[in-house]
Ligand binder design. Structure first.
Ligand SMILES: *[C@@H]1O[C@H](CO)[C@@H](O)[C@H](O)[C@H]1NC(C)=O
Length: 329
């Protein structure tokens, strides 16, 4: 433990904080990456590029799908929704981090902190539900192709997406409101770059066991159950694909769900790493690196996966380039 106590973040804490042992009402200081000192500018530049690529990539996917009648199918309806969600998700965290990497004062008001936690977690839960809805769409397409258009009507798709958003919004109202009804006191410093639930809960000076149990139930219901539904869909999809008679048919069927499978793997991969890294070996620095992966990097990768790996999207893109819609001036 001697090496742990030398961590730069802990040394900052022991410098003494004027707000020590007072109730926190004027917000928090997000310590974040300030231990990087001068290197923060490098992280700023890197993140700026990643953020812009994520924004433009997701906007590009939305525009490409909206402008192409051949892509007006349930799968792409969900993809538009997912891209929109990813823009909100990364924008709830990264722009503020970019500012904090440049300025000295990394403060956030209590209301700002609550709003950030609320928006970020809505997007997280909604994404889990949307990914499950997309897995269901692939399951129906491959296992019940004759009934696909009746089961996945545009009404049904809108309802599935709407239910995903409603779940995220309503569950997070309750969770965020409860967390911010707790008293906060002691040091203002949060050893994270945004107001995520675990680092904020550490600042509460009341018994947090019940809130943690609620958090556990929420993850179980709205993260794990969608995950199990996705796994179940893919077990059914893969066994159906393996029963197809021709090699060509198997490859075609699989290619329609490979992009979704990759996006799911990325999203849940990051979540699983967070849960599987033993608490004893996690440091604020390693937690922040993992958070950076799923708040900044994965939103950038999803549009790349969908545009580069998907024949239909590539075909639509080629058509648009040929007809010159993207080539004004
Ligand atoms: C996502 O789905 C919801 C519910 O169907 C819909 O109201 C919303 O407009 C969709 N968002 C986008 C960007 O398509």
């Amino acid at each position: 433990s001697s090496s742990v106590s030398l961590s730069p973040l802990q040394m900052m804490d022991s410098e003494g904080d004027p707000g020590e042992n007072q109730t926190i009402s004027d917000g928090f200081i997000l310590v974040g990456f300030s231990y990087l000192n001068k290197l923060q500018i490098l992280l700023f530049l890197l993140l700026l590029v990643i953020y812009l690529v994520a924004l433009m990539g997701n906007l590009f996917v939305i525009l490409l799908i909206k402008l192409n009648p051949s892509l007006h199918t349930p799968m792409y309806f969900f993809l538009v929704n997912l891209s929109f969600l990813e823009i909100c998700y990364t924008s709830s965290v990264v722009p503020q981090l970019l500012v904090h990497l440049l300025v000295e004062e990394n403060t956030i008001s209590l209301a700002g902190c609550a709003a950030q936690m609320y928006v970020f977690n809505i997007m997280g839960l909604t994404e889990c539900c949307l990914l499950a809805a997309m897995a269901y769409d692939r399951y129906v397409a491959i296992c019940h192709p004759l009934h696909y258009t009746t089961i996945m009507s545009s009404r049904a798709c809108a309802q599935l997406a709407g239910a995903s958003w409603l779940t995220g919004i309503s569950v997070e109202v309750a969770q965020t409101a409860w967390i911010f009804s707790l008293p906060f006191c002691g040091s203002h410093r949060i050893h994270h770059f945004f107001c995520d639930i675990p680092p904020v809960l550490k600042k509460a000076c009341a018994d947090t066991l019940k809130v943690k149990i609620l958090g556990f139930i929420v993850s179980l219901l709205f993260i794990m159950i969608p995950f199990l539904l996705i796994i179940l869909s893919y077990i059914l999809i893969i066994s159906a694909i393996l029963r197809l008679p021709s090699e060509e048919g198997r490859r075609k069927a699989f290619s329609t769900c490979s992009s979704h499978l990759m996006v799911v793997t990325l999203f849940y991969g990051a979540a699983l790493i967070t849960y599987l890294v033993p608490r004893s070996s996690s440091t604020p620095e390693s937690d922040q690196m993992i958070s950076l992966m799923y708040t900044a990097v994965t939103p950038m990768l999803n549009p790349i996966i969908y545009t580069l790996r998907n024949k239909e999207v590539k075909g639509a893109l080629r058509k648009k380039i040929d007809t010159g819609i993207f080539a004004h001036n």
